[in-house]
Design a protein around this ligand. Structure first.
Ligand code: MG
Ligand code: MG
Length: 324
């Protein structure tokens, strides 16, 4: 059964999500070479408890910490310890808060210092998969449209997708129905999204295998071939005509890779030299034309099929970078 949350419940999940977002965004400056995963965990614990909430993972089925901290080839569920973070590590922090009984769940992959172009692209692509999945959400679509949008990013880039690890419903509990696999699947075809559902969307990819081992501590999950893994997650509310990200949005618009590309059809010209464009995922966004296209005198008319670049921090607008 997928629960539909009331307005009051959504408000509490929203408050919970703000606290979770507060931790993960603050950790951007805190996670550096020399810090231990236990120190990161303490930071998360102190932040959550000082904001009137409870860590959602602590004691959940016996988990001994506030955050799951998984480094490099560890995919998820790493128990914080005295491991010292090094330059070049990729550190996944997955955590949640309970505020007045309501849960949020979010994860972010931090690149520590410098790393190779390949690893940077891999981490960025995993994050883009999260936003590609979120960007299709609205009442009436099939859940599998979200799964497919995420899975396509992995397929196009030959990343491993862990079939045993999925997203899930969240809110009244940490894990609720439905399962949300990161690949196209039959079960999700039968699920139609309704306004008021709250979902944890969470792509987890590897640079190699989709097979994992469970560590002897019975929590940590690592890739079988030792390849790197990345993980991003948001708690998202389904609305009548779209979605609301309840665990904040990462302000990446000014960063080069902070965009997703989507195809769309131009519907109409609107004041200010802008356009209304219906995306392949059916959402309608406002668009301006890229400087390069204007320079090349490429005109846009209603009915044109175009490629749009949409900033991750605001999926409601973007710029046209190509006319087909
Ligand atoms: Mg999580
Ligand atoms: Mg989750």
């Amino acid at each position: 059964m997928i629960s539909i949350k009331t307005e009051q419940e959504i408000e509490l999940i929203r408050e919970s999500g703000k606290i979770t977002y507060g931790v993960l965004s603050s950790l951007k400056d805190f996670i550096k070479p020399g810090v231990t995963s236990r120190e990161i965990d303490k930071f998360a614990y102190d932040y959550i408890t000082s904001h009137g909430a409870t860590p959602a993972f602590l004691d959940y089925e016996g988990f001994p910490a506030t955050a799951c901290i998984s480094i490099n080839d560890m995919v998820v569920h790493g128990i914080p310890d005295d491991t010292v973070i090094k330059e070049g590590d990729i550190v996944k922090v997955d955590m949640g808060a309970i505020y007045k009984g309501y849960y949020s769940d979010s994860a972010y992959t931090y690149i520590v210092g410098k790393t190779s172009k390949k690893v940077k692209k891999f981490v960025n692509d995993t994050e883009k998969a999260l936003y590609k999945g979120i960007s299709v959400i609205k009442e009436g679509i099939k859940l599998n449209q979200v799964c497919s949008a995420i899975g396509r990013v992995a397929r196009e880039n030959h990343y491993g997708v862990f079939t045993c690890l999925t997203g899930h419903g969240v809110g009244q509990d940490l894990h609720e129905d439905p399962y949300i696999p990161n690949y196209s699947n039959h079960e999700s075809e039968d699920i139609v999204l309704k306004a008021g559902m709250t979902l944890a969307i969470e792509p987890m990819f590897s640079l190699g295998t989709k097979e994992v081992w469970l560590l002897p501590d019975e929590w940590g999950i690592v890739t079988q071939d030792g390849s790197l893994a990345a993980h991003f997650e948001h708690t998202v509310l389904v609305t009548k005509d779209g979605y609301e990200i309840l665990t904040g949005e990462w302000k990446m618009a000014k960063e080069k890779d902070g965009y997703i590309e989507l195809e769309g059809k131009v519907l109409e010209v609107i004041p200010g030299g802008k356009f209304k464009v219906q995306l392949e995922n059916e959402h309608i966004v406002e668009a301006h034309v890229s400087g390069k296209m204007r320079l090349n005198m490429i005109r846009i008319y209603p009915g044109d099929t175009v490629l749009m670049e949409i900033p991750i921090c605001d999926l409601t607008r973007g710029r046209i970078i190509y006319r087909k």
